[in-house]
Design a protein around this ligand. Structure first.
Ligand code: SAH
Length: 457
């Protein structure tokens, strides 16, 4: 029973015992059923808390000290862990993180989806859960001491200077440090968002882990880049694996990183990388999974759950640049991919071509509109894969799936809550969820990705 009135008040000092973690990694303590959320507190811990914000149905607090520590607690190795907020779980041991993610998925499936008998496997984690990101997007600015580049302090627009990010691939950090020193040397100013002045707004770097190719994107306020020739020369001389240097121009007052105009300053327009045997061209703005090693683990699992024999017609809804589609096309008769962003479909078609795959077709549009249209044209999927954004599948897409009756559905999800909601709907319409595999795509953060195997019962 929820209390009538909040059982705590602002600025109250209180000792709490934590029993759970939220989806974003905060500790949860309960007072007569009333939840209090506290960052960096772990289940099983007791600690002193200062209440910082009180709402009718919940409150937030700040952890002052821990009186009883969890055996899974570790010292967060990153020196800027608390200021940054990019990682939420560094204070939890890696095995503890994997266990938490598994439990979280199971709890949500049960609570939101009413799925009590589904097998949820232990989370597939990384052997080395650090330096996994293949892409960095680093804001540049000015401080009294000169040019800075780092991250925005939590809930603010203040840039905090940084040299290394522990979940970032070293190659990306090296690029950022190099650009910082080159910009200082040639007097290129960082962007000041308050005054809307300066030159360099962001440096975006992408790294192909398999190919060792690097892309450097300099996002500038205007077209001009002082000492452009020297800048390019120094980048190439210092980092010979840079294959592409691109300038993106973003003249707007906005938080959005990229502007509309992109020009190649040197080298190629794209870099390449592989997931398994499939080669992908990655351009400055195209979507590509940030942890390719775990992406392979995720897609292998999706492929396994598809149980393809080579005879199947497969539909890949929400296909992005065709990553899953091409992976499945290796084992299917034909794959149809659909995606709402036109540029992604251009990339998807190019990627099919690079890999010499002609048993795939891609269409631009909303999955919930294109798939019924395909159905009307006589394209009937034996197997369907969906990989929607956080909000999950559109209900009209679920209705279409029910009508199309594919023998199996593989649901790839980055949000267990909407996965649970959608699985519940499908269960009510004659589908059965057989198993769910959580995959750790973003170690140290609270995110968890899942693959679910669903069959027509
Ligand atoms: N499967 C891809 C991308 C998954 S991200 C991969 O693994 O790389 C989800 C994708 O769904 C995004 O590319 C987004 O642009 C797309 N999307 C969002 N809403 C959509 C809709 N209604 N119909 C089709 N695609 C949509």
């Amino acid at each position: 029973m929820m209390a009538e009135k909040a059982p705590v008040y602002k600025n109250q000092l209180i000792e709490l015992t934590f029993e759970d973690l939220t989806h974003d990694g905060a500790g949860v303590a309960k007072l007569q059923g009333y939840p209090i959320f506290v960052q960096r507190a772990l289940p099983g811990e007791t600690g002193d808390v200062k209440i910082t914000k009180v709402k009718k149905n919940y409150a937030f607090g700040r952890l002052l000290n821990i009186t009883e520590e969890s055996k899974d607690r570790v010292e967060a190795p990153c020196p800027i862990f608390k200021q940054c907020g990019g990682c939420q779980l560094q204070h939890l041991s890696y095995p503890g993180q994997l266990k938490h993610k598994e439990k979280h998925v199971r709890d949500v499936l049960e609570r939101i989806g009413g799925l009590t008998n589904v097998t949820v496997h232990p989370t597939l984690g990384m052997e080395d859960p650090w330096n996994y990101r293949n892409k960095a997007q680093v804001p540049f600015g000015e401080e009294e001491g000169g040019l800075i580049a780092g991250f925005y302090a939590e809930r603010s627009h203040k840039i905090i200077d940084m040299e290394r990010c522990m979940i970032q691939h070293e190659a990306n950090d090296d690029v950022v440090q190099l650009i910082k020193s080159i910009a200082q040397k040639y007097g290129i100013r960082g962007y000041d968002d308050k005054a809307h002045k300066g030159t360099l707004r962001h440096v975006v770097t992408r790294y192909g882990k398999v190919t060792n190719e690097l892309m450097v994107v300099l996002v500038t306020k205007g077209k001009e880049l002082p000492n452009k020739k020297n800048v390019i020369q120094e980048i190439c001389d210092t980092l010979p694996n840079v294959k592409s240097i691109v300038q993106n121009i973003n003249p707007k007052r906005t938080n959005v990183i990229f502007g509309d105009e992109t020009v190649v300053l040197w080298g190629e327009e794209v870099i390449y990388d592989y997931i398994g045997d499939i080669k992908f061209a990655i351009s400055a703005r195209s979507f590509y999974q940030v942890n390719p090693e775990q992406t392979k683990v995720l897609y292998d699992k999706a492929l396994e759950y598809c149980k393809l024999t080579g005879k199947e017609t497969v539909i890949d809804a929400y296909c992005g640049i065709g990553t899953i589609s091409l992976f499945l096309a290796q084992k299917a008769k034909h794959v149809y991919g659909v995606e709402i962003v036109p540029e992604a479909i251009v990339d998807a078609k190019k990627n099919a071509q690079i890999n010499g795959m002609d048993n795939v077709d891609f269409a631009v549009g909303e999955a919930e509109k294109v798939i019924p249209w395909w159905y009307a044209q006589g394209i009937h999927a034996d197997v369907m894969v969906v990989d929607p954004p956080r909000k999950g599948c559109d209900e009209s897409l679920l209705e279409t799936i029910v009508k199309m009756k594919p023998c199996r559905l593989v649901y790839v999800s980055c949000n267990p809550s909407t996965l649970a909601r959608d699985l519940k709907y499908l269960e009510q319409q004659g589908f059965t969820t057989k198993q769910v595999q959580p995959v750790d795509m973003f170690p140290m953060t609270a995110h968890v990705e899942c693959v679910a195997e669903v069959i027509l019962s």
